[in-house]
Design a protein around this ligand. Sequence first.
Ligand SMILES: Nc1nc2c(ncn2[C@@H]2O[C@H](COP(=O)(O)OP(=O)(O)OP(=O)(O)O)[C@@H](O)[C@H]2O)c(=O)[nH]1
Length: 188
Amino acid sequence: MEAGGCRYQFRIALLGDAAVGKTSLLLRYVAGAPGIPEPEPELESVPTVGVEFYSRTLQLRAGPRVKLQLWDTAGQERFSFPGQEYRSAKLRLVWEMSSWSCGWWWGFGCLVLKKKKKSPSPWRKKEKTELLPSHNPGRLWKNQPEGPAHPGQGPPRKRCCPLSPAASLEECSADCSHTSLSASVSHL
Ligand SMILES: Nc1nc2c(ncn2[C@@H]2O[C@H](COP(=O)(O)OP(=O)(O)OP(=O)(O)O)[C@@H](O)[C@H]2O)c(=O)[nH]1
């Protein structure tokens, strides 16, 4: 879909621990666009609250003009949005294993999911149990201790993230939503 003269739009969110330089990186990247002044270096770190948005358009050599939507997420847990916010933003994890950079995102996403899963807060567990079935009836078995929804499907298994990127979009978005995963690459 053409929007503002851009043929493609990509949404990229940065995640990472607090004060590792996500905001600085994005500010500098956006400042690299023509007509935007270089940001002043911050002496004191101001933590990001929730998500901050930036954008930059690029003219690719191959021809099309693309827009990058850049999401700067909070590194501090107390400032991050709960998973439900990301669900409503329709974020998805999308990987393409054919390029090294996308493979990097995939590995990074897995690490984050694993890390977050180890220490879920109680209210997020509750949110997961209450919200996932109604939003994703096909995944009911994930929250059903008595067994799978369909015979022959096997016992419920523990999933962190999918091994097959092509088949994984929905699984991943479910995991993202309850772990408040704050990084994803979405190809619109
Ligand atoms: N030395 C050095 N300091 C940096 C660099 N990038 C950022 N900083 C400093 O690190 C501090 C934190 O940077 P931020 O960009 O706010 O970090 P953040 O990851 O966005 O932090 P949160 O918003 O809390 O998640 C700031 O004081 C920056 O000036 C860098 O490349 N080198």
